[in-house]
Design a protein. Structure first.
Length: 121
């Protein structure tokens, strides 16, 4: 890699040789790195990466934004609501819920939840 290069890993920790990355950063063979995933998580407190000034470390949550959380949980609520109503939902939710609901290995029981509405377990 060029000395002006930055390595970014947000995929899986083990795909990057952390020893080689540490050497490249320490010896300034590359300009820097951004790492969100590690071979061992959480990253140990005494890990040498923590002492470098040319690396940005995030604890496996570099994707987190207010919008991503809002969208994720909104879609989950919509999927659960559609399942309770027996309505189709986008993205394969209907298929997965139908498989769970009709699976002979899963016992579906009706219960009353704390808000007084009925739900399935």
């Amino acid at each position: 890699m060029k000395p002006t290069a930055y390595l970014v890993n947000t995929a899986r920790g083990p795909i990057v040789d952390e020893g080689a990355l540490l050497e490249a950063l320490t010896q300034k063979k590359i300009a820097g790195a951004g790492v969100d995933v590690f071979s061992v998580e959480p990253l140990p407190v005494d890990h040498p990466f923590r002492k470098l000034d040319n690396i940005v470390l995030t604890p496996h949550l570099g994707y987190v934004t207010e919008d991503s959380f809002r969208n994720h949980y909104q879609q989950m609520v919509e999927g659960i609501d559609a399942w309770f109503k027996g309505e189709p939902n986008c993205g394969g939710w209907r298929y997965r819920f139908d498989r769970i609901r009709t699976s002979s290995s899963l016992r579906v029981s009706t219960r009353t939840v704390s808000n007084g509405q009925r739900g399935s377990r």
